[in-house]
Design a protein around this ligand. Sequence first.
Ligand SMILES: *Cc1c(COP(=O)(O)O)cnc(C)c1O
Length: 423
Amino acid sequence: MTDPAPLAELAERYGTPLYVYELSELRAAHAALRRALPEEATLYYSLKANPHPELVRELTAAGCAAEVCSESELDAARAAGLPAAAVLCTGPGKTTAELRHALQHGVRRFSAESPVDLARLGAAARAAGTRAQALLRLNPETYPAGAGLAMGGAPTQFGSDVSWVRRSPEAFRAEGVDLVGYHVYTGSNVHEPDQLAGWFAAAADAVTAAQEALRIDLRTVDLGGGFGHPYLAPGHRPDFGALRPVLTHLFKDRLAPLAERPLELAFESGRYLAGAAGRFVVRVQDVKVSKGRRIVIADGGINALGGMAGLRRIPPMTAAAVTLAAGSAEAAGAAGEEAAGEAVLTGPLCTTLDVLNARLPLPDVRPGDLLTIPNCGAYGMTASLLAFLGRRPPAEVFLDAGRVRAATALRLSHHDIHPRRQP
Ligand SMILES: *Cc1c(COP(=O)(O)O)cnc(C)c1O
């Protein structure tokens, strides 16, 4: 990972708050994940983790396809030079305008979430004078209990229940669409290979049951992902290498026999691929004591870093910031921590939600000091409340083996729009 001294230098040059991404870290994560997957599998990078074209370009150069959920994610994949054939459009509630945009740009492969989604896709494809291919997204009947953000098995807006597919197979057809496979994405951020293997087995059950009912000309099974990674906390990417033989067997013994032609197996990952590449750097603006607690106010908060945690649907953030004393190494040494104890690290927003960590061991920091937060390459800036209070979006600097390759900032501005139809 990036040596801390240049981080302070970059903070001087580009200002704070600042994201610093190390592209070699993306390549390392990609290589590690490939070692966990059967050799021939397709690996989609899920752009929602971080759609910056610099990251997308790096991952697609390494061999990833792209899983996109919006027009701007598709545009980012295109800006990174990815051919339309390597794009999969997913997500609930796709609009006709989004489908049209994707079809216009040559995308033909979609995850279809329901009969309505399938029909809308078919209509858009026919209007565009083409046919679309769809993977039917399934919500498994059962899923293993345990960690991770469950997205299947329970009532959900994602996919179609397998029981529904079995009950009404005729509903899952649409003119203009070839149903060519299945898509299951059951959970996110699982850290144990064994547990993940359980999720994939449940996904294979769902695919088997759906295929019994639908008997489509099966070409692709996308088993999703859920590959965990530390988030805003220290630590290294889990080693999922033990999954490779398990997945190879699952594929050969259970999935490939469902198809009459060679079957493509696909996986998806956002956080595992991009998580370690990013660091967030903020400057301390103020330090004070309130009712006995030390409050450290930084110049970047949930407007720039993982603000979705503020919605309380996922655990509160506990960003592990460490001080970055200018010109020296990271200074969260044992002595400093004991001397100063825990602090509340907040951002600059006018809301009590803007807390990066309510109990952060931190040495005696002063206004002007720099803090850095690790493992925020995924769900960092793009999962944040950028428009709230309208602060300048952070700079993003991209390093390759320590050398600056690009520096950008997102622009938030208003522009005039016009009614779609005159009244
Ligand atoms: C969010 C999402 C992903 C990526 O999840 P990670 O935890 O970032 O790997 C993959 N597939 C689908 C359908 C998603 O919604």
